[in-house]
Write a protein that binds this ligand. Structure first.
Ligand code: MN
Length: 228
């Protein structure tokens, strides 16, 4: 096929222990999937279940790559998250069958222009400008599930310039990984190449140019991001 313009580059994520890369199709994100974070955002997790939003696939930033401080914000926030890579298609998948769709796991940062997100929230507008901006989805290499097993517990943490900001356990997820996949598959047909950022624990906060963000989940790579 000839195109009238150069076709966009396929966003990719490396895979631990493999030379072939992971082509990103969609980036799904879960909002308010840890009770303590829902409360710090002024919401009652007992009354409102988690929900979904998306980022564009080309928002991906590889590990150890600087992120430019984004425009139109003065309140850029970090959100460390466990990321699921979907390797098999499925719709209306049961919780029991959900693990069969998983290719592997990674660590991601759901970078957020908090001022724009909260403004949109108050006005009942979409979250795209707060959440789906350029370079808003740093991610480590993917570790295949054969190496990690199904991740249901383990420490999730984030530091800024070496100082602890976020710390929790994956077991604290309101919807665990199979439940996230099952729920999401009732709304969209999941396809190979999809990534799911599963939500962030409490302790979100601002970063500024020059900050070094490090974060991880037990058993996965450490995500290292400098804000440029
Ligand atoms: Mn998030």
């Amino acid at each position: 096929m000839d195109y009238v313009i150069s076709p966009p580059q396929q966003p990719v994520v490396p895979i631990n222990g493999a030379t072939k890369a992971w082509p990103v199709r969609r980036i799904y994100c879960v909002g308010r999937n840890y009770a303590a974070h829902a409360r710090e955002m002024g919401r009652d997790p007992d009354r409102e279940p988690p929900f979904f939003f998306l980022k564009p696939a080309d928002a991906i930033v590889p590990n150890n790559t600087p992120v430019p401080y984004p425009p139109r914000t003065s309140n850029l926030h970090h959100e460390i998250e466990l990321v699921v890579a979907i390797g098999r298609s499925g719709r209306d998948v049961s919780v029991e069958d959900a693990p069969g769709l998983i290719f592997g796991f990674a660590v991601g940062n759901d970078l957020t222009r908090r001022d724009l997100q909260l403004q949109a929230r108050e006005q009942g507008r979409p979250w795209d400008t707060g959440k789906g901006f350029d370079h808003s989805a740093p991610i480590t290499a993917i570790s295949p599930i054969e190496q990690t097993g199904l991740i249901q517990r383990g420490r999730i943490w984030l530091t800024v310039n070496g100082e602890q900001r976020q710390e929790a356990d994956i077991a604290d997820l309101i919807w665990d990984v199979p439940e996230v996949i099952s729920e999401l598959s009732t709304l969209f047909e999941l396809m190979p190449g999809d990534l799911i950022y599963t939500g962030t624990p409490a302790g979100v906060g601002p970063v500024v140019a020059g900050d070094l963000i490090e974060g991880g989940v037990d058993g996965l790579d450490t995500l290292v991001t400098r804000i440029g």
